[in-house]
Write a protein that binds this ligand. Structure first.
Ligand code: AVI
Length: 305
């Protein structure tokens, strides 16, 4: 489905909701990089610190001569914490849907690791995809940092884990998850003082204006982010501040005051709860690395044989 088809479908249904994948056009991707630098957005710096401090232990789990597959590779900053310690890596295989960004990030990485075989795969890793062949004696290991799995629904998360368990048979998965914590910390992280997350959320509508000619009053929508405790997730919405109409193509979509377009879920986990989910897909739990505040975790999961 295209952005246009998905947006029409999202606006026609109640409650209104759309996939967060539409955040990431060029402007949205740049805004996300800015979010990662915000003082309130702890996941990025916490995970980078874990990789920096425990990279050697993680590389020991990965083992020698591994084919390392990164799912949804962004700027390829985090993998450096592993590559610095991995023993004779066979290849690094970043998989990402955005070919242009992926190739640019690979070129940068190659400069820093000239001897590393980098084989980018331009694909949506949530859909069936091909990976480079894995020679006999080479272990395939997945890397899925950033708690990106938190943006999947529980069913999507399980289907990712099922796919990964098959693709990584005989190897393992190193995955970052954001942990359940004081909602005040979460609220600050998803409604930052500088308003970058608000701009990131509102960019979805701006993108619809740029790409699809959508017409609406930008001052009529506000960023809304809150922790839904029973569902253990941050929800992001675009909330209509008054009764208004958004036009898309030849359709007019009415918004009541307070009505929202639900744009993202960001699930938070307990370590045990996540390990139980992974076990349903056939993974067995291994070492876990968390920060002193217990806000974020990297988990090693052994794939089925
Ligand atoms: C990409 N993903 C893991 C981010 C998150 O925290 O769920 C996206 C994000 N949304 C708002 N801020 C960051």
């Amino acid at each position: 489905m295209s952005f246009s088809e998905d947006l029409h479908a999202a606006l026609a249904q109640r409650p209104r909701r759309i996939s967060p994948k539409y955040f990431y056009d060029d402007i949205g991707s740049r805004l996300f990089e800015q979010i990662c630098e915000l003082p309130e957005y702890y996941p990025t710096c916490t995970e980078l610190a874990l990789l920096h401090t425990h990279g050697a232990e993680m590389a020991a789990c990965i083992g020698p001569r591994a084919q390392l597959v990164e799912y949804g590779a962004g700027a390829l900053r985090k993998v450096r914490g592993l590559l610095d310690h991995m023993q004779a890596p066979h290849a690094f295989v970043p998989v990402d849907i955005s070919g242009e960004h992926l190739l640019a990030a690979c070129a940068d990485l190659q400069l820093a690791y000239p001897a590393l075989a980098i084989t980018p795969v331009v694909a949506d890793f949530t859909q069936p995809h091909d990976l480079p062949r894995r020679p006999v004696g080479v272990r395939r290991v997945g890397f899925f940092p950033g708690s990106s799995i938190g943006n999947f629904s529980p069913a999507e998360a399980l289907s990712f884990l099922n796919m990964a368990a098959q693709e990584l048979r005989g190897g393992g998965l190193l995955i970052g998850i954001d942990l359940i914590k004081d909602p005040a910390v979460l609220h600050a992280a998803y409604s930052d003082a500088a308003g970058v997350t608000a701009a990131f959320n509102l960019n979805l509508l701006e993108r619809a204006r740029r790409e699809l000619g959508a017409e609406f009053d930008a001052t009529g929508f506000a960023h809304s982010a809150f922790y839904n405790a029973p569902q253990q997730r941050i929800e992001m919405h675009l909330m209509s501040l008054r009764q208004q109409v958004l036009s898309l193509g030849d359709q007019r979509y009415e918004f009541a005051a307070g009505e929202t377009l639900h744009t993202e879920n960001s699930h938070k986990y307990s370590v045990n709860g996540f390990q139980e989910q992974a076990a349903l897909a056939g993974f067995s739990a291994g070492p876990v690395w968390t920060d002193a505040r217990g806000w974020f975790a990297l988990l090693w999961l052994t794939a089925p044989a």
